[in-house]
Design a protein around this ligand. Sequence first.
Ligand SMILES: NC(=O)c1ccc[n+]([C@@H]2O[C@H](COP(=O)([O-])OP(=O)(O)OC[C@H]3O[C@@H](n4cnc5c(N)ncnc54)[C@H](OP(=O)(O)O)[C@@H]3O)[C@@H](O)[C@H]2O)c1
Length: 234
Amino acid sequence: MKAIVFDTFGGTEVLHETEAEIPQPGTGQVRVRVRAVGVNPVDGKIRSGAMENIFPTTLPAVPGGEIAGIVDAVGEGVDRLKAGDEVLGWSDTGSYAEYALAAATVLAHKPAGLDWTHAAALPVAGDGADRALDLLDVKDGETLLIHGASGALGTVAVQLAVARGARVIGTAGPANQEYVSSLGATALVYGEGLVERVRALAPNGVDAVLDAAGKGALEDSITLRGGTDRIVTT
Ligand SMILES: NC(=O)c1ccc[n+]([C@@H]2O[C@H](COP(=O)([O-])OP(=O)(O)OC[C@H]3O[C@@H](n4cnc5c(N)ncnc54)[C@H](OP(=O)(O)O)[C@@H]3O)[C@@H](O)[C@H]2O)c1
């Protein structure tokens, strides 16, 4: 099969195409014929070597984690997936390849109405958003502030929070206000004066804060919550 590999840590110049053996699924794994791959920011951080303490990498390595594709072989002990199933999720062996192995437990069935490229964009941001909302324990009827609502993580988080029944206030840049509204949130511009703008919309306070921007939002979040309780930051 064709695959992209890197033999040393570095920038994009270390990536090259190669011919590799088609991998065989082990116990609990399936093999996926890859149809689309997510190119996630974390792929570049792993390729650079900066993530070695968290995700140790054996070189040469195939980059990437996010896959969408069709199951074409099933390892021992897997009964929830079968050949021909359309799935999205996480690869164990790297996703930038024609075939990838994945643990059956980290794959989900792809909804029929979702195309391959959108499916491959979901796993990391979707998992991050879902876990953050669980950590915050966001409930029906609560008010949630999401910083960075127009970003990859924020886009998914707004929709999942609205689906939980929360009222969402979402921050974004001026160009993305309409977009954030279209996701189901009340949109606000981030930056100076944000605390006052949020208080005007939620005079009784916000119940929880998800900082999906990852920068510049923590201090305002603590001010709005009156402490660090029910704040999650990326
Ligand atoms: N992408 C993923 O799969 C993923 C998964 C888990 C965790 N994360 C983490 O989540 C964070 C965001 O990643 P992302 O991929 O979602 O990034 P992204 O798509 O670039 O989105 C960044 C968001 O932050 C907003 N923003 C930019 N400058 C800001 C500022 N000064 N104050 C407040 N908001 C600001 C942007 O608004 P405008 O664009 O409207 O200006 C946008 O909504 C990072 O820390 C990342 O490591 C990402």
